[in-house]
Write a protein that binds this ligand. Structure first.
Ligand SMILES: *[C@@H]1O[C@H](CO)[C@@H](O)[C@H](O)[C@H]1NC(C)=O
Ligand SMILES: *[C@@H]1O[C@H](CO)[C@@H](O)[C@H](O)[C@H]1NC(C)=O
Ligand SMILES: *[C@@H]1O[C@H](CO)[C@@H](O)[C@H](O)[C@H]1NC(C)=O
Length: 248
């Protein structure tokens, strides 16, 4: 009894320290803020946002409180006669949207697939891949050589295994994933008006999306400590992003 009595205060102190530990990395998934990004791969505004702004979530401790949901469909639609995807910036866009849907599926860890997507979008943002023919029709057997090179070199840079992506794309799995993203995008309330369309816990940020860190921090209800990134998140970033693409 005596030895148990002496251990008790120690256990209590340990428990207490654990309870007050202010690490945001301990925030449970329920507390995380859903940050959803509805975009299309060849849209200049989407590419800039992902490459230059969204990346900040991974460069700070902000990612600890975010459940990031990338939704690569944007303003695409389906030809209801042939079932083909029709994308605003041509078939390379449909192709890379699908490759990115596969990447999210195959590399489910958010940092892994985000780094891959960011690499592709940075290339596009820097003009590495020009937008193709407007409304060109999606080709199942892709001849998208330039787009293929971009994503392959990104997979290599990130040391990611490409085989599962080819398999996802050619098996029809990629198309299935894209159809789900289409449904989700079509069901947005209110409907998206352009891309990128950014929502925090389903609330669209409209043209204030460059201030997404401010909105994420405001929405965060987990405790006790907010991420350090929230201290420096002031409103007022200029939301004028070039080339946002209007929904049709
Ligand atoms: C395609 O679907 C849309 C919406 O369901 C419909 O309004 C349109 O008439 C359809 N077009 C053709 C060619 O079937
Ligand atoms: C884009 O990727 C291609 C293929 O790897 C590469 O040749 C090109 O230099 C890249 N462009 C930019 C601007 O990063
Ligand atoms: C975030 O999304 C998940 C589903 O992915 C949902 O279960 C959860 O309730 C959402 N959280 C908030 C705060 O909307």
């Amino acid at each position: 009894m005596a030895s148990g009595g002496r251990l008790f205060p120690f256990a209590l102190v340990t428990l207490f320290l654990f309870l007050i530990s202010p690490s945001p990395s301990l925030s449970s998934d329920d507390d995380k803020v859903n940050l959803s990004v509805y975009y299309e791969s060849l849209c200049p505004g989407s590419a800039d946002f992902i490459a230059d702004y969204l990346v900040k979530t991974f460069e700070t401790d902000l990612i600890n409180i975010i459940n990031l949901r990338m939704v690569p469909w944007g303003n695409a639609r389906i030809d209801n006669r042939t079932g083909a995807f029709i994308c605003q910036h041509g078939e390379d866009e449909c192709y890379l949207n699908t490759i990115q849907a596969c990447a999210i599926d195959v590399w489910s860890d958010q940092k892994r697939h985000f780094n891959f997507i960011r690499c592709v979008e940075r290339n596009i943002s820097k003009g590495g891949l020009q937008s193709g023919k407007v409304s060109a029709v999606y080709q199942e057997k892709s001849s998208n050589v330039a787009a293929l090179k971009v994503w392959e070199s990104c997979a290599e840079e990130q040391k990611l295994e490409e085989a599962d992506i080819y398999k996802c794309y050619t098996s029809g799995r990629g198309r299935e994933l894209e159809l789900r993203y289409k449904t989700e995008t079509d069901q947005l309330i209110p409907p998206h008006e352009y891309t990128p369309w950014v929502a925090v816990n389903n609330q669209p940020l409209y043209d204030d999306f460059l201030n997404f860190i401010h909105h994420v921090c405001k929405a965060y209800k987990g405790g006790p400590a907010k991420p350090l990134a929230c201290n420096s998140a002031r409103r007022g970033a200029n939301s004028a992003v070039r080339g946002a693409d209007e929904a049709r």
